[in-house]
Design a protein around this ligand. Structure first.
Ligand code: NAG
Ligand code: NAG
Ligand code: NAG
Ligand code: NAG
Ligand code: NAG
Ligand code: NAG
Ligand code: NAG
Ligand code: NAG
Ligand code: ZN
Length: 463
């Protein structure tokens, strides 16, 4: 880390020497905004003038592939860590950790036990450890003391606090005497209405239009505070939404005894904790039960989902096909819109817009991975990323100026090969050098031990 730091500093000095003074005035600032459940294609359903305004003056990535499971807490934590859910530890909105013997629940806002969050270190903590200040308006997890650190400014989660109120706090923090360099803003819509109405409901047009008006309000407040042209703003979402129907219910009661298991997380990806000794019975009862439900034992979960290596992932996982809901019986309530499904499905994908001095103008990119947002944020803030599953080089083409290779944030995804090759080559070179050097030495000084020396060199070469 220290070496990386020095290298970065040196590279910055060398490469930006002529403009060092102008750079100093430009303290890099970033505002990350999430509109919960804003499906990537919602902007095509209504005029959405404010979304289009940002797109024309900034960057639009059409679809963001988020992480499995495509739920709120896992994806918000991926955005700020660059890790898959199995690696950052927030594997669902409703979790049970058998080691801690504790539950985590978004529905009951029982999310404050810090150990659930501490398998990773979110970007606001790193930002502050590097001497900066962060401010968060209701972003999931920002009111939890993680690794002993809270954001410099934050608001206790309260969904009744208006969007306008959240924006006004952020503007204050960005313009105060000791300003923040990093802000996070979260808004519950259009997710909440998307669940109630279902995304195919014509009334969703009104909801999307209202969200567009919220974005318009944010832009106008940033302009008033003279922040619009100087702060880099990223507008994204955690997941999309799919239409459900009472005609597409899978009833677990028809296949398995309720007494045999606990349902830890709910439809459409059901986390099942079988009772003691019931694992095989539960699995066998469900595995071929319904054509629109795929059931895995934990160790069989496909590796492409990156959803296996964590004790909070339960022994049996039942995944519904898109548009299907898994319930215990038909009288259980279900939502008309839902998400959580396979993250390769376009209906689950998120939106991405960016505006500010760092970004290109009127530029469009087809797709990106949610994991790449974290190295991008670290680059924008000038901080060192922690090990993550993203890649900066996948997203650097949305930046206005090319970034010299030396200034790239560490790419943990790509560097493992490079590192291996580098170390191997280095080792071989050193061995060859030593052998040649010693040969030379012994040859010129003590010609009589040359034969013996060759034998000594052999095991070295094999090692
Ligand atoms: C887990 O916690 C519950 C109470 O929340 C307790 O009843 C139970 O005994 C605990 N189990 C273990 C194995 O400690
Ligand atoms: C949540 O915010 C609303 C609106 O500002 C306020 O009336 C209410 O008292 C707050 N609730 C809590 C628990 O702070
Ligand atoms: C969208 O919202 C704006 C104000 O927020 C309103 O003036 C307009 O009529 C709305 N349009 C639709 C199609 O709902
Ligand atoms: C549900 O299962 C049927 C039968 O296998 C299949 O034809 C259909 O495509 C599935 N539905 C979805 C949404 O995958
Ligand atoms: C359906 O589930 C509900 C709640 O889980 C339960 O109260 C009810 O008895 C069940 N109905 C049938 C017919 O099993
Ligand atoms: C934005 O780009 C599109 C297509 O690339 C082009 O047609 C349009 O004129 C551009 N708009 C502006 C304001 O540059
Ligand atoms: C997303 O990540 C996968 C796996 O690392 C990679 O193969 C793919 O090219 C990435 N997609 C984009 C759009 O960068
Ligand atoms: C994701 O990144 C973490 C931290 O570097 C690493 O432990 C994990 O193996 C990575 N996952 C994958 C699938 O590469
Ligand atoms: Zn959400």
């Amino acid at each position: 880390m220290a070496v990386n730091c020095c290298w970065r500093f040196w590279a910055v000095c060398m490469l930006t020497f002529p403009s060092t003074f102008s750079l100093q005035e430009e303290q890099p600032r970033v505002l990350l905004v999430s509109f919960d459940g804003f499906r990537w294609d919602y902007i095509n359903r209504v005029p959405a003038p404010h979304f289009h305004y940002v797109m024309k003056n900034g960057v639009h990535v059409k679809q963001v592939t988020n992480v499995f499971i495509t739920k709120t807490y896992p994806n918000h934590y991926t955005m700020v860590t660059g890790l898959y859910a199995e690696s950052h530890g927030i594997v669902a909105n409703e979790m049970y950790d058998p080691i801690l013997n504790r539950t985590f629940s978004m529905n009951h806002m029982d999310i404050y036990h810090a150990q659930f969050w501490e398998e990773a270190c979110p970007i606001w903590v790193t930002n502050q450890m590097e001497g900066h200040r962060s401010g968060a308006a209701m972003w999931p997890g920002t009111d939890v003391r993680i690794r002993g650190v809270l954001p410099t400014h934050y608001m206790m989660y309260n969904e009744s606090v208006s969007f306008e109120d959240r924006v006004s706090h952020l503007i204050d923090w960005f313009t105060s005497e000791n300003p923040i360099n990093f802000g996070l803003l979260y808004w519950e819509q259009p997710d909440e209405m998307g669940h109630i109405l279902g995304p195919e409901n014509p009334l969703m047009r009104v909801v999307i239009n209202e969200t567009d008006a919220k974005l318009g309000y944010l832009v106008s407040e940033l302009k008033k505070a003279k922040l619009w042209d100087t702060v880099n703003i990223i507008i994204t979402s955690d997941h999309g939404m799919a239409q459900s129907s009472s005609k597409r219910l899978i009833e677990l009661d028809q296949y398995v005894d309720r007494e045999w298991y606990t349902m830890v997380d709910h439809s459409p990806v059901v986390a099942i904790l079988p009772k003691e000794g019931k694992l095989d019975e539960v699995y066998e009862s469900l595995v071929n039960a319904h054509p629109n439900m795929t059931v895995y034992k934990k160790e069989e979960i496909p590796s492409r989902l990156h959803y296996k290596h964590n004790s909070r992932i339960q022994p049996v996982l039942a995944v519904a096909d898109i548009g299907w809901e898994i319930v215990k019986n038909k009288t259980n309530p279900f939502l008309l819109g839902n998400h959580g499904y396979d993250n390769t499905l376009p209906e689950m994908h998120s939106i991405f817009l960016a505006h500010g001095p760092a970004f290109r103008k009127n530029a469009t990119k087809g797709a990106m991975n949610m994991t790449d947002l974290y190295p991008l944020l670290c680059h924008l803030l000038g901080i060192n990323p922690l090990p993550n599953n993203g890649s900066f080089s996948n997203v650097e083409d949305i930046l206005a100026r090319p970034v010299p290779r030396e200034l790239h944030p560490r790419d943990y995804e790509k560097e493992s090969y490079a590192y291996f090759i580098g170390v191997s080559l280095g080792t071989i070179l050193i061995i060859v050098f030593l052998v040649v050097f010693m040969k030379h030495l012994t040859h010129s000084q003590i010609p009589t031990v040359q034969a013996r020396h060759t034998e000594i060199a052999q095991p070295l070469l094999q090692g």
